[in-house]
Write a protein that binds this ligand. Structure first.
Ligand code: DC
Length: 335
């Protein structure tokens, strides 16, 4: 006997929505596990307390699950839990490794079960880590912390102040005198420098290389690492960077290292800039990415490196959806 899990959300507490969502969830579970209905011994549903209109078990019977026992229960309210969520467990007479199914944003860990956890995602520029990290954070309803933005803000400040990027003491002095804040508006991280929103300007190309340069200095790093550890210590978050799994949070609950070929990474950055109406020379962009990697990987203090216990994912030939699914599968298995 095996147990297959699944969950889905509904957009409104109506009979129609519940029937549709339950039908879709069970159909996908059947397909992904190549199940025959007669192999299912019983199905247990639980739904959040904001669902009253219909029993998921009744919806399952109507969807053709005639020969198994069915049961529906209501969950207690969990602070920060997903609203309008239906969860299911199928007890199945079959010997296979179960493919669990999470639909409509019901993809990730339940906060009440998981407690506080941190997900570390490291990798070079263009490996897809920030896009993926944002998605994981959204699916898990936890915070996304982009540590690259902190180094970028620091570099911007140094560039604006005309400070030599090799002058470690001057940069740290400068940083001690500024207010660097990471704030969230509708779940989106904003980087504030002395009250100014610099989220956009720090993405400029000139700032990328400068960020890599200022990040070589141990005292600059420690200044920012302290803030990162403080945030990660207080709440669950997905945190991306270069040294998260190796240095910032060596005990992170989940660690991933994303990579991709230089060509693919340069192409992604090229497309991103093109999307903003900026045209750049592809060859020069690729050369810059390679130079930045070298600088990030070869610095003496907390260089870019895969943590031994991180899961390596080469995203060169993968879509964002595939990378997200892979990471969430690893997380689900560990919980
Ligand atoms: O992820 P990003 O491209 O925004 O990062 C910009 C630079 O900041 C990167 O080239 C190296 C540095 N960085 C770092 O050294 N450690 C981190 N945790 C994040 C970024």
């Amino acid at each position: 006997m095996i147990v297959i899990r699944g969950a889905t959300t509904i957009s409104a507490d109506t009979k129609e929505e519940i029937r549709k969502a339950v039908g879709e969830l069970l159909e996908q579970i059947e397909n992904k596990n190549m199940l025959k209905k007669e192999e299912i011994v019983s199905i247990v549903f639980s739904s959040t307390s904001d669902i009253h209109s219909y029993y998921p078990a009744k919806a399952a019977r109507e969807a053709g699950f005639m020969s198994c026992s069915l049961f529906s229960a209501q969950e207690p309210d969990i602070e920060g839990g997903l609203p309008l969520c239906i969860r299911v467990m199928l007890f199945v007479e079959k010997n296979l490794s179960p493919a669990h199914v999470y639909l409509r944003g019901a993809k990730c860990l339940r906060k009440d079960i998981a407690g506080k956890y941190n997900v570390a995602i490291d990798g070079p520029a263009g490996s897809g880590k920030s896009t993926v990290a944002k998605r994981i954070a959204r699916d898990c309803s936890i915070l996304y912390l982009d540590t690259g933005a902190m180094y970028r803000a620091c570099a911007l400040k140094a560039l604006e102040a005309g400070v030599d990027l090799d002058n470690e003491a001057a940069i740290v002095d400068l940083m001690r005198g500024v207010r660097l804040e990471v704030v969230y508006e509708d779940g989106v991280q904003k980087t504030m420098l002395d009250g100014r929103d610099v989220s956009e300007v720090i993405r400029e190309n000139a700032v990328s290389m400068a960020a890599s340069s200022v990040s070589r200095h141990p005292s600059v790093r420690m200044h920012l690492v302290e803030k990162q550890r403080e945030i990660a210590g207080r709440m669950s978050c997905v945190i991306d960077g270069r040294d998260i799994g190796t240095f910032v949070l060596p005990d992170a609950d989940f660690k991933f290292y994303l990579t991709a070929s230089p060509d693919v990474r340069a192409k992604r950055r090229y497309d991103e800039l093109a999307g903003k109406g900026v045209t750049v020379d592809f060859g020069a962009l690729k050369a810059e990415i390679i130079r930045r990697d070298e600088q990030d990987m070869n610095r003496a203090f907390a260089p870019l490196k895969k943590a031994e216990d991180a899961v390596l994912i080469d995203t060169s030939d993968m879509t964002i959806d595939e990378v997200v699914a892979r990471i969430e599968r690893v997380m689900q298995e560990k919980i």
